[in-house]
Design a binder for this molecule. Structure first.
Ligand SMILES: NC(=O)c1ccc[n+]([C@@H]2O[C@H](COP(=O)([O-])OP(=O)(O)OC[C@H]3O[C@@H](n4cnc5c(N)ncnc54)[C@H](O)[C@@H]3O)[C@@H](O)[C@H]2O)c1
Length: 297
């Protein structure tokens, strides 16, 4: 099964990156948004990113100016924007990257299941919802996978390919090959909460918050310990501030509801209270640190 035409639903932070790497991988891509203004914003981000990559390749001596220009034109030429779902009808693969709202995702896949050709494979980029629930809503669970890309999509080299009990072997293989065509290294994972990366990362962030709240160590020391002792590029509390305390809380709340007996998903009180106070991390200037742009104290 060869994936040539791809639809990407949602052209926000993740979606615009997925559109771009799919086009760089040689696919024809339709980027679907709800409104023209959102679409324009996403496409303009893609154009800037393609131009940046092209000029980097010239600086590195990998491409001449003319070759870089041709490459950028070719990649951009594979991308079409749309605000009509019907335009996705003959896609080989549709990757969903809309807001993290299970009902919205189910509604979308229900509609796509009726609209798209029988062979179309569906994938969700969800970070926290069970893939199987969306697969059932699509009406074609055997042609459904999770394709979990990482932010920023253009730079991060991993994609988690999530298979449910119903996913067909050839659908899984095609999704994995698509991930490779996008320049990523695929890892295979069952449909479990957080898949591989977030299942390890979110409880780790929780443990760091608990450690801070108990007064075992300061925020700066916890972060320095993990950076200098484990070689992590940033410590867990800085990471929590970057991810957003609201996003972290919402992932944990979803998991706690579904898996109430899993101790690793316990929600720290300080996380709840900071979110209630609007201290959401770097984006609001206050989380576990105080932020001025990218500078924290
Ligand atoms: N942000 C991250 O670091 C990250 C990492 C991995 C996965 N994810 C997952 O990726 C998905 C998207 O997250 P994001 O951060 O890109 O969100 P975002 O808010 O930046 O983008 C979502 C986009 O989807 C559009 N949209 C909403 N409903 C739509 C619909 N029905 N049809 C078409 N477009 C629609 C919105 O207009 C918006 O532009 C979520 O499921 C999230 O959990 C996010």
């Amino acid at each position: 099964m060869n994936i040539k035409k791809v639809g990407v639903v949602g052209c926000g932070l993740m979606g615009h990156g997925i559109v771009q790497v799919a086009a760089q991988g040689g696919c024809t891509v339709i980027a679907l948004e709800t409104e023209q203004a959102y679409l324009d914003k996403g496409i303009s981000r893609i154009e800037k990113s393609i131009a940046k990559l092209a000029s980097k390749d010239v600086k590195k001596g990998k491409l001449t100016e003319d070759q870089a220009k041709d490459w950028a034109t070719e990649v951009r030429g594979r991308i079409t924007g749309s605000i009509n779902r019907e335009d996705l009808a003959d896609c080989d693969l549709v990757v969903e990257a809309i807001v993290e709202d299970l009902d919205a995702k189910k509604e979308l896949f229900g509609a796509l299941g009726k609209l798209c050709k029988a062979e179309t494979i569906f994938a969700s980029n969800t970070s926290s919802f069970p893939v199987a629930e969306m697969a059932v809503a699509s009406g074609r669970p055997e042609r459904f996978v999770g394709l979990h890309f990482f932010n920023p999509v253009q730079l991060m080299r991993l994609v988690e390919v999530v298979r449910t009990d119903a996913t067909d072997e050839d659908v899984y293989a095609a999704a994995r090959a698509f991930g490779e065509a996008c320049g990523k290294t695929p890892v295979s994972c069952k449909d479990t909460p957080g898949f591989v990366v977030n299942r390890l990362l979110v409880p780790y962030m929780v443990q760091a918050i608990n450690m801070l709240d108990r007064g075992d160590a300061s925020a700066a020391d916890i972060d320095a310990a993990m950076q200098l002792g484990c070689g992590h590029p940033m410590g867990p509390l800085t990471l929590t501030d970057y991810v957003g305390l609201d996003t972290t809380l919402s992932i944990l709340e979803g998991w706690c509801e579904r898996y109430p007996n899993e101790p690793a998903f316990g929600i720290p009180d300080s996380l709840r209270s900071k979110v209630a106070e609007g201290k959401l991390g770097r984006k609001t200037g206050q989380g576990y640190y105080t932020w001025e742009g990218d500078k924290k104290s």
